[in-house]
Ligand binder design. Structure first.
Ligand SMILES: O=C(O)CCC(=O)C(=O)O
Length: 295
């Protein structure tokens, strides 16, 4: 079986649902048309530039990372009054960048979906929210949006993790992600890598090193399947599926939009309650929040 289905269907079929259940993901090329991809790139540029202009005029603030934050969390953030934020790599001074430079150098933009009509439409798109709902078996509600950028040569690794480890929604299998390529995503510029089928192992213990990541002895990265997508392709995956993206070692940038949804029947619980369910077989909590407390 190839990792990516070349032609995007109009509707999710029983075979796609069976693949999602068995392997934890489905990926299609051409989910978005070239025009939709270009509109999303322009919207991303407009939102980023607007936020950098807000920093200049004092409408957005520059926040340094909290004391003790390391690696992927150690960089500064530009945060607007609406809570939309751009994260930069550690050592970058956003005030020293023009909006154009900022757009080329940030690593993550989050909670931007209400900042532009293009994104307001994309998060509701039949082939995004609709497809994920058909794969999971119920209507989906948007939880979080991120734009993830790996600038040429400096884009950093996102280590192995399960998305459930960042949340506290139950049931675990009613949470899923759509990851949309806005540039061709290749092994060299940091495409998504999956441990196919390993969502079936259930929660794996996470801890904080580079980021919130799965303990190295729980997984075998040599089993990883790279999912190379052309711009406009999308990957739909379970929040229990271990996934990772390597650093960008190429001269090509890699932009992606990530929309995380939960089923309409899913419910948010306390960290304590979540830790009882998102736990390894011996009952040890596996989430990031609890990994902080448990070392
Ligand atoms: O796009 C990336 O580099 C990784 C995205 C991801 O897995 C995440 O943020 O949870």
């Amino acid at each position: 079986m190839t990792a990516v289905i070349e032609s995007c269907p109009d509707q999710i079929s029983a075979a796609h649902r069976a693949q999602y259940t068995e392997l934890g993901y489905v990926a299609f090329q051409n989910v978005l048309s070239p025009e939709e991809v270009e509109a999303a790139r322009v919207a991303l540029r407009e939102v980023t530039h607007s936020m950098m202009r807000q920093l200049e005029t004092g409408q957005a603030s520059l926040q340094q990372a909290p004391a003790g934050a390391t690696k992927n969390y150690a960089g500064p953030r530009v945060v607007t009054e609406t809570g939309c934020a751009i994260h930069f790599e550690s050592g970058v001074d956003p005030r020293a960048l023009t909006p154009e430079e900022a757009e080329l150098n940030y690593r993550k933009l989050h909670d931007y979906d209400q900042q532009h009509p293009v994104f307001q439409n994309l998060v509701e798109h039949t082939k995004i929210r609709g497809f994920l709902g058909d794969l999971i078996g119920q209507e989906m509600v948007l939880k979080a949006t991120m734009a993830l950028s790996k600038p040429p040569f400096i884009g950093s690794e996102k280590p192995w993790h399960q998305d459930n480890a960042y949340f506290n929604w139950l049931p675990l299998d009613m949470v899923g992600t759509c990851w949309l390529a806005l540039d061709d995503a290749t092994i060299d510029n940091g495409c998504m890598h999956l441990l196919v089928g390993q969502h079936q192992r259930g929660p794996l213990r996470h801890h904080h090193t580079i980021d919130c990541e799965i303990l190295p002895d729980r997984i075998d990265p040599t089993q990883a399947t790279p999912v190379e997508l052309t711009a406009g392709g999308a990957l739909f995956f379970s929040a229990l599926l271990p996934h990772q993206t390597p650093p960008n070692s190429s001269p090509e940038r890699r932009r992606a939009l990530q929309f995380q949804y939960r089923g309409v029947e899913a419910h948010q619980v306390s960290q304590e309650e979540f830790g009882k369910v998102f736990a390894e077989a011996d009952g040890q909590p596996a989430s990031c929040a609890l990994a902080y407390e448990n070392g």
